[in-house]
Design a protein around this ligand. Structure first.
Ligand code: CA
Length: 233
């Protein structure tokens, strides 16, 4: 298999260097960018398998880079945020990041996250490998596991991979209520690192794209005090 390419967008050279060194040791092909504009150009122009994106960057900040990349690409994005900036995590996810990790981070955790996020993409590329990789209709909603596409009334929705997987997972288990922790484990694929707000933000983003009125959802419903479930409208 071709080595997976990770693009590191980080202006602090010592952090960039050590992450690059460790990812290279792990067999990744690593490219680096040291400001937001260079990062944006490389993210859109060099077809990376994953982007590691710092928030505080010269020229264009990480949030703006994230937003601009998302207009054109569904590449997995992990944001690097400062520990004290709780708001940053949620903002990054709302702009379309798939995950975030707070500084200072452990390299083992970072590598585990990168692998978990790339693995999801690789699985997404293995067309027809799993029984779920089919097309299923849920009323006026069609989830196409072969094309990784969701269509509502025949019109494709622009979902990130994570949004797609969350929706597909909930739909495959129609009417079953999942806790946020369970969804984090089953859809995000790791047990200990994630923050349950990641689930809430992704659900919110998904509803905005999926529902006629995201404040009165018909597909992804909240079970108060427990979690979320999918219902065929
Ligand atoms: Ca920085």
């Amino acid at each position: 298999m071709e080595p997976k390419k990770v693009l590191i967008i980080e202006d602090e050279k010592n952090i960039s260097d050590i992450v690059k060194l460790n990812l290279t040791k792990e067999g990744f092909n690593v490219d680096t960018a040291f400001d937001g504009q260079e990062g944006l150009d490389k993210a859109l122009g060099t077809d990376p398998d994953l982007v590691l994106l710092d928030v505080m960057l010269p020229s264009i900040d990480g949030f703006e880079v994230c937003r601009k990349v998302r207009e054109k690409s569904n590449v997995p994005i992990i944001m690097l945020t400062a520990k004290e900036e709780e708001v940053d995590k949620v903002l990054g996810l709302e702009l379309g990041a798939d995950d975030y990790i707070t500084k200072p981070f452990g390299l083992r955790e970072l590598i585990a996250r990168i692998k978990a996020n790339i693995r999801r993409t690789v699985m997404a590329g293995d067309i027809g490998q799993t029984p779920s990789s089919n097309t299923t209709d849920y009323g006026n909603l069609t989830i196409d596991g072969d094309r990784y596409e969701v269509r509502k009334n025949g019109k494709p929705l622009e979902l990130t991979l994570r949004e797609f997987e969350l929706l597909r997972y909930l739909a495959e288990h129609e009417d079953k209520v999942f806790s946020r922790e369970q969804l984090l484990e089953d859809v995000w694929g790791y047990e200990y690192y994630g923050d349950i707000r990641t689930v809430d933000v992704t659900v919110r983003r998904l509803r905005e794209k999926l529902e006629d009125d995201s404040s009165d959802p018909k597909y992804i419903l909240t079970k108060r005090g427990i979690g979320y479930y999918f219902k065929r409208p």
